[in-house]
Design a protein around this ligand. Structure first.
Ligand code: SF4
Ligand code: ZN
Length: 287
């Protein structure tokens, strides 16, 4: 494909995914999680394009500052730059402001206490909560994240490896209205391979972050990513096959997951399946 046709093919696929999973309504306020990485900035570009032809819809961007020294600053600048350029309101929420600690401080304390939890696991739990709280405060109807087909296939395998198969039922291309405090999450890139979003960012001349996260190498996700990439190279279509098979068994898992129900955390009042949410459990441990 030439550059123009490639860009169009990715944008058309995103539109088709949004339509297939009924992700958006014509008057939705959409909060986009923009980390400043290639995927999230590409998603911001495509959603901005879609929003331009839907005058009653609106976009707002949220960046979470985890407090990772020497890493997040550059991404924050990239996110702010593209939001300004596209004329999108940009909000930054930090772990320090929301939870009282930076991720660096949490990781240091966790290591001291030999908690065994990886930095990425802590980061993921806190980021999820930060995004939901920020999107809800902004009055967003949907929270869009840039998870690609690769991320989705990896998450499915990771949930199996962690023995948490019911989470697969909750991780959907578009989440249900499970609780009034939970903003529905949508994943418009869920059927787009990461290679394509990376190429899209390259063709669109999107600035890339030069420094990787210092904690990235610890994540189990890296090993899963490697395995899946090897498999997909040898047997094309593996990632898509994993993603689609889960789509078929999800209704059965959802039935089981529903029995768990969602309550509110005794400490912070946010939705959770446990009496104390994972964020508060972690913060109790750290403090
Ligand atoms: Fe957080 Fe891990 Fe990503 Fe770093 S690599 S930003 S610690 S999830
Ligand atoms: Zn809590």
């Amino acid at each position: 494909m030439c550059r123009r046709c490639f860009v169009k093919s990715v944008e058309d696929k995103v539109r088709a995914t949004i339509a297939r999973y009924h992700m958006l309504k014509f008057d939705d306020k959409i909060a986009v999680a923009v980390s400043g990485g290639k995927d999230s900035v590409s998603l911001l570009h495509i959603l901005a394009k879609i929003e331009r032809v839907c005058p009653r819809a609106s976009l707002v961007a949220i960046t979470v500052d985890e407090g990772i020294k020497g890493y997040r600053d550059e991404a924050l600048k990239i996110a702010a730059f593209y939001c300004r350029r596209l004329g999108i309101e940009h909000h930054v929420v930090s772990f320090k402001q929301l939870f009282g600690y930076t991720l660096d401080e949490i990781v240091r304390n966790m290591k001291k206490k030999h908690s065994g939890m990886t930095s990425c696991a802590c980061c993921g739990v806190l980021r999820r909560k930060a995004l939901n709280v920020a999107a809800r405060k902004l009055g967003a109807d949907k929270l869009a994240t840039a998870h690609t087909l690769d991320d989705e296939a990896q998450t499915i395998l990771l949930n199996i490896l962690h023995g948490d198969v019911l989470r697969i039922a909750r991780e959907k291309p578009v989440t249900d209205e499970a609780h009034p405090k939970l903003v529905r999450r949508i994943k418009p890139f869920c059927e787009i391979p990461e290679k394509e979003t990376a190429l899209y960012a390259y063709v669109k001349n999107i600035k890339l972050q030069s420094t990787p996260c210092p904690y990235a190498s610890e994540a189990l996700r890296n090993d899963v990513r490697e395995i899946l990439n090897r498999l997909d190279e040898k047997h094309a279509g593996m990632k898509f096959a994993i993603f689609k098979s889960v789509d078929r068994i999800r209704p059965a898992l959802e039935e089981i997951a529903k029995k768990e129900g969602l309550g509110e955390c005794q400490d912070c009042g946010e939705p959770t399946t446990e009496s104390i949410c994972r964020t508060c459990q972690m913060l109790r441990h750290v403090s």
